[in-house]
Design a protein around this ligand. Structure first.
Ligand code: ADE
Ligand code: ZN
Length: 330
């Protein structure tokens, strides 16, 4: 069994299960380019990040109304609660919806409505992080962040995602400066497919508190030293890395080397509907692949609690839950 879980790297659109795609298409009278469910499911063999993103963005065509975003988020919360998730920080990609004509408010308010009752309905705390698409203009992200601030959107921070190579963090300095000025937390995908240089830029130019993925950091020993010294957490997503061919097999994943080097690693699911498993499945997979001990699992869980954007009181509660799990597991 795994310890109480904290999820810090989860794209809500990446929880859009094939069945829900068909349900929402029927509700919204959207014609899908798939013959049936089996046809859709046959398209989940990815060759790289872009091949996944193509399907991920295409399937968003079924998300049109505020209710769609609420239903999607509630489905995730239900699944997460069953998996033992105690706190979740959720990414949403508003530009992927506004470019299709979906109002920003429908997307944000729809997800936020579900998160508002995550405690009472599903027994877990939650927070929302808006992620900007790095393969779209930085000026568009800047304008959207300005709009989010003006509408007092219930977000804890911002992030950066989508096609990495060729879209370095340095292009988004103004966006992240604006976020910092408004007291928002900052994270960024870096070192997933992109080089260690992008991780350097994320931490030094964007001043992020966490790096999403970051597994290619291992190629640069000085960068590893920097991340360790500054205690910058990495939100690692093992099943995602396998399915997007960042590593050949789970056995080749650098997770053990990352732990060995003293990096603050956390385990997350990224886009569970696309990558064959939720956060509990990621924990099970790495436990089996690397014969992790209860102590190592507790370290991963504790790392995530320290890396989470939560109050000291909530942090103390979650740490106590992990301590209770350790006592029961001994
Ligand atoms: N958007 C959704 N999942 C992503 C990933 N793994 N990398 C970059 N952008 C993403
Ligand atoms: Zn991601």
């Amino acid at each position: 069994m795994h310890p109480p879980l904290v999820e810090l790297h989860l794209h809500i659109e990446g929880t859009l299960e094939p069945e829900l795609i068909f349900d929402l298409a029927a509700r919204n009278k959207v014609t899908l380019p798939y013959a049936d469910l089996a046809d859709l499911k046959s398209r989940y063999a990815f060759t790289d990040l872009q091949s996944f993103l193509n399907l991920y963005y295409a399937n968003m065509a079924v998300l049109l109304t505020e209710q769609d975003f609420t239903d999607l988020t509630r489905a995730y919360l239900r699944r997460a609660s069953a998996a033992g998730v105690r706190h979740a920080e959720i990414f949403v990609d508003p530009q992927a919806h506004t470019v299709r004509g979906v109002p920003l408010a429908a997307c944000i308010n729809g997800v936020a409505a579900a998160l508002r009752t995550s405690e009472s309905d599903f027994g877990l705390s939650s927070a929302l992080i808006v992620t900007f698409l790095r393969d779209r203009p930085a000026a568009e992200a800047f304008d959207m962040l300005t709009e989010l601030v003006a509408m007092n959107a219930p977000i804890v921070g911002i992030g950066l995602d989508s096609a990495e190579v060729g879209h370095p963090p340095v292009d988004f300095i103004e966006v992240f400066d604006l976020a910092h000025a408004h007291g928002l937390k900052c994270v960024a995908h870096a070192g997933e497919e992109g080089p260690p240089e992008y991780v350097w830029q994320a931490v030094q130019l964007l001043e992020v508190s966490r790096v999403d993925h970051g597994i290619r950091s291992l190629e640069d020993p000085l960068l590893v030293d920097y991340l360790v010294q500054h205690n910058i957490p990495l939100t690692v997503c093992p099943l995602s890395n396998v399915r997007l061919r960042v590593v050949d097999t789970l056995a080749d994943h650098p997770l053990p080397a990352m732990l060995e080097r003293g990096l603050t690693v956390t385990i997350n699911s990224d886009d569970p509907a696309y990558f064959g498993g939720y956060i509990d499945d990621n924990f099970t997979a790495i436990t089996d692949a690397f014969a992790l001990s209860a102590d190592q699992l507790a370290t991963l869980a504790t790392n995530a609690i320290h890396a989470a954007f939560i109050t000291d009181a909530r942090r103390a509660e979650l740490l106590a839950e992990v301590a209770a799990w350790c006592a029961a597991t001994d």
